[in-house]
Design a binder for this molecule. Sequence first.
Ligand SMILES: [Zn+2]
Length: 487
Amino acid sequence: MSSRLLIFLLLLLSFPAIGYSSKGQLRILITGDTKGILASEYASRNQGWLYLADALSPEPGEVPTLRLDAGDLLGGSDFSHFLTHEHSPPRFPQLEILNALQWDTVVLGNADLALGAEKLKVAQKIANFPMLAGNVVSIRGTWPKFPSFEIIEKGGFSIGVFGLTTPAAPMWHEKLANDLAFLDILESAEEITQILREKQQVDLIIALLHSGSNKKFGDQENLYADLPNANAAGWVADHVTGVDLVVSGHAHQTFPRRPTTHLNRYRTPLVAPGAFGNGWIEVHWSLELRQKRWHITQSHYQYVEAPQEIAEDWLSWLPWQKQADQFMTTELPIRWLKEPSKTAWSNCTNELIKVALPEPRRALLPSWQYEPLLFPNTGELLKRSHLHRWWPYRNRLQLASLYGPQLDMLIDQQKWSLIGNRLLKPTKQDVWMLNYHLQGNEGVFRALIDQDQLGQYDSISWPERLFQFLRTARTLPAECNFLKIIP
Ligand SMILES: [Zn+2]
């Protein structure tokens, strides 16, 4: 084939919907819940943006392609914690990588919102693309504005992408509920779809949701916290008419697992791109214009695993990950002598909490999970990463001033223990709790505790508080006989 003919054919493929053509092609690349990981050191596999980047890069003459991310891109991992809490201003190399990939748009997830208004303003300045969150409303006007939708022109199509995030976000993260209101996903989706179809007259509509698709998942959390449904992507796919594709993040699901030409689990095709940068979802559509409307005539949906190697062009980003890994693997002068029994573990951690707490040395916390998989090897030193894994969500402690009956109710829930000095007075008592629990998770009723019973926050995250304590501890509680301070 002559090269001129080849170029002509390539051009024909790239601009199929321009001019008088009544047929077109669209490719959609979808990532989600990567937690900003570039190339995880701890993972036993190839995961992170550096592994994905080459495959997601724009190529000259590519089929018209949309690049979308389903959220939890800026926060939610050791790596992002390091970049956003140990750097001021916070750093977002993942956004610079997405800029280089000419990314189209992302929806903000709960772990992104948890960074707070100031850090998100920095992120917004770096990103060359909009960060959507159409159902998040700033109550006091102190938060940046996040658009509901973005209209993207690709290959002659006008594509409306709208972004909504899980309304249960305040459950995982401190203070969000003070500043933000979360609107119901289903209602917001119906409203925005109507605007996109009737006012904006787009050709195609994609719902980019940081919200799981399992209809049962999250039921209980919502009940306790009195928040709208957390995982509503399946509802949108079944009940909102006029949407062409639903993308579901947050629940770390992967749909479809095998390549398929039809997705029929819901009324509208629903895809979910997995998590941690292990791979991405690829959608291919062939479209035909009939009676002034584009119809999808052929479709292909596929999950693609991250390549085995980082392509050379992207290796220059690796030092970011190395720095973060170095920080998270900082060793404590404490040796792990042997794996403790379950009882020994819970006795030790309860005593440790007590001595590491800021005043008052009293807390209402569930015990650390007994998770041998997350334990160091015999003889190994404890690392910062161990503490961060033992206490997920990196919550800070907050004082709660509780009445006697409230305390009784909370302590009654079996796995909870009141740690620290005994409560003698029957009146109000100040105890530290983790925001995660205060906001309604693991069976603690948010409604039970009134806003004005909440006191000060600890200045640093709880795992970090523990790390700082252990770094300089001269003695450890006798119960922790499987740990030894090395002089
Ligand atoms: Zn999430």
